[in-house]
Structure formats: C-alpha cells, structure tokens
Design a protein around this ligand. Structure first.
Ligand SMILES: Nc1ncnc2c1ncn2[C@@H]1O[C@H](COP(=O)(O)OP(=O)(O)O)[C@@H](O)[C@H]1O
Ligand SMILES: [Mg+2]
Length: 367
C-alpha cells in the first residue's frame, strides 16, 4: 500500500482543458472519494492515475516516485470498473486468477489467493460458474475479487455500484467499507453520489468543471463547505441558502434582516462569530443552514424566525417541513411527531453553531 500525490495535474483533449490543475495528496490507507456531477472529470483523473489516459501537465506520484511515464502494467494498481469487464467465456475462478497467471504466479499460490479472496467476498459457491450465470451484485463481487487478489499499491474504483439496484447498492457499500477497514488499503473511488462519498471516504475531493472545489474529511466538507457549490452538492435535502442583509456584525453577534413569510423584513440576531463580516454590513449574503439545523422554538424572540408552513412531507423517520424565507424555499428536517401542518404559523430556530455565510458574488464562504 502507498500514498498518492497529484500535483497541478491537467488534462487536455485537443484544445479543451477538462482538468484544470488538480492538487490532491492522500496518505497510505486513505479512502479518497472523487465526487462531482457527471462530466466534471472524475473518470479522466482516475484513468490518469491508472495510466489509461496520458497526463497533459503536472505530476502523479505513488509513494515518492513520479509515475507519469510508467506503463499501466508497471504501476501496481488494480482497477474496478462500473461495467465489471469480466471475460464471459471464463469461469469466475479463471476470471479472478487470470491476472495472476499473466504475472506467472505459481498455481498453488494462485489457488490460495482465490480461496482467500472468494471467502472474503462470499463467492466460493460461484467459482465454477460463468459471468452470464451471475446476478449483477455477484458480478460486481467477482470484479472486486479480481482486483483484490492482485494485492496492489492502490485500488481504483470507477462508479462500481451504479449498475446495481438501490438495496444491493447499500449492501455493497457496507461491504466495501468493511473491506477497506480490514485491508487498510489505499483506495481512490469515483462516484457522483454524495451519500456514497460521505459514507465511504476518509477524504473527499469535490470536483466541478475540472476544478477541485474542496478536499477534506467528510465532516469538513459537510460542516465547513468552502463555497455554495460544495454546500448544496453535499447533503440531501440540500443546505438552504437564504438571502439576508447584514445589519450589524459585532464580535459574537450577527444581525441579519431577511424577508419573512408575509413579505415584511424580519430581524434575526445570531449568536455566532463570523470573522471578516464587518465589510459586509449593509450588503446581502447567503445564509446557509442545513435542514437538520432548523428546529421549532417554543418562544418568540431574538433568534427565532416566524414562518408559515407551506407543505409537510413525512418520510417515516422524519418529516420535511417546507416553508419560505428571504423569498426562497426553506426545508426543515423535523421529528416525525412534529405536528406541523400546511398553513401553520410557527417559530423556527436556526442552530447558530452550524450556520455558514457565503459571499453572493463569488459563492465563497465568509469565515
Ligand atoms: N477521450 C475524450 N476525448 C474528448 N473529451 C473527452 C474524452 N474523455 C472525456 N472527455 C470529456 O472530458 C470531460 C470529463 O469527462 P469524465 O472524466 O468522463 O467525467 P465524469 O467521470 O466526471 O463524468 C467531459 O466533458 C467529457 O466529455
Ligand atoms: Mg465517469
């Protein structure tokens, strides 16, 4: 296993720059998830690490060695694709051992590895079957088995679960996480699914349009988003962004004015420190608050907001309460027994410790 460093990595297809200078460093044993909307350059970056796409600029290093010019076969990397890419005419056992045979690993050692890996993935009973006789989830396991027997420096996964149905996807996600905990492997994993990213990663790289938006732990990316893109991409339902005018920004207390449900301005004083906000007094900012950080308040007062319930959506465990503030729809995640219904006027409280403010022009977090 090994660390991985990307230094100012760029990719051009003809005149089009699809990766615009990516800097990422992960440690040995990290589980890095590259997440972002379709087309943002995740697969291209993964393919460059694998050696399947050339590197237009910058350096990719495994451990201390720059591998830009190393042939894919010499990079000691194993890759699992979304399409599984199994050989249809070979049995499961042959599919798993093929790479080892190519490397001239002696048969007894091959058999031992197949035994170990198939036990780990619970596919021992499938070893004599061909891919056509397997379900999607079983094929996915075989594809993982083929990577695992290699014992490589780094595992690369490109959306390995996106062809599976919802239930199986969740099961396999847990299995991949368990595998990572057991092997302590270095993994780079591509997905467009922010929940997969949050649940699996030790480090998340959020990408958009070929640029890295933020690199951090799942908690950092979720609680301290660098900009409005990261704030709204990570988390479901999305973080609410409400337009608010900064009235005063003294140390410890921020006063904001926003348009209430009745169209009239409401003043809210928040007991939170946001450095650098003095320059925004008199200006409008985006106030970011996650649905779970909005609660009902039993009093009227400084830090509560009067809202009118527009719609309620019970999901079983929680109820989403939809209201509007600052001219925008605001979603609150409340307990199932919250007891609010459409048309109710209620006092809501935003958890001041979790509020974030963004510059409306740049989208950058104001800290
Ligand atoms: N071989 C190629 N030639 C030209 N453009 C490409 C090629 N491969 C990918 N692209 C473009 O690069 C961008 C990133 O693609 P990709 O890495 O597949 O995105 P993602 O995996 O995030 O969905 C897209 O705009 C895509 O059209
Ligand atoms: Mg892709």
């Amino acid at each position: 296993m090994a660390s991985l460093t990307l230094k100012n990595v760029k990719k051009r297809f003809g005149h089009v720059e699809v990766l615009k200078g990516i800097d990422i460093a992960i440690d040995d044993g990290d589980f890095l998830v590259l997440v972002g909307p379709s087309g943002c350059g995740k697969s291209t970056l993964l393919n460059m690490i694998a050696g399947l796409d050339s590197i237009s600029d910058g350096d990719v290093s495994i451990g201390d060695a720059v591998i830009n010019d190393l042939h894919p076969a010499d990079r000691d990397i194993a890759m699992v694709f979304q399409s599984y890419a199994l050989y249809p005419n070979m049995t499961v056992s042959q599919n798993i051992s093929f790479g080892l045979e190519m490397r001239k690993v002696p048969k007894p050692e091959r058999d031992k590895k197949i035994g170990d890996v198939s036990a780990m993935l619970q596919i021992e009973h499938l070893l004599k079957r061909k891919p056509g006789q397997l379900s999607g989830g079983q094929r996915q396991r075989v594809a993982m088995g083929r990577a695992l027997v290699r014992d490589p420096k780094i595992f690369l996964f490109d959306e390995p679960l996106s062809n599976l149905d919802a239930k199986l996807r969740v099961d396999m996600r847990t299995e991949i996480k368990r595998l990572h905990q057991r092997l302590n492997a270095t993994i780079v994993y591509v997905t467009h699914d922010q929940i997969e990213a949050m649940t699996l990663a030790t480090k998340i790289a959020v990408m958009k349009d070929g640029e890295l938006q933020q690199l951090g732990s799942p908690a950092q990316v979720y609680d301290d988003p660098a900009n409005t893109f990261v704030a709204t991409f990570m988390g479901s339902p999305s973080m609410n962004l409400i337009d608010a005018k900064v009235e005063a920004a003294n140390t410890g207390i921020v006063q904001l004015v926003l348009e209430g449900y009745d169209g009239r301005p409401q003043l809210v004083s928040l007991d939170c420190t946001v450095r650098g906000l003095e320059g925004y007094v008199g200006k409008t900012v985006h106030l970011g608050v996650r649905p779970e950080d909005i609660t009902e308040s039993d009093r009227e007062g400084v830090d509560t907001l009067t809202c009118k319930v527009d719609v309620t959506e019970p999901t079983g465990a929680d109820t989403y309460v939809i209201t509007s503030l600052g001219g925008k729809e605001v979603v609150a995640r409340m307990p199932a027994n919250a007891g609010l219904k459409a048309g109710d006027i209620t006092e809501l409280r935003f958890n001041p410790e979790k509020l974030v403010l963004f510059d409306t022009k740049t989208g950058h977090r104001i800290r």
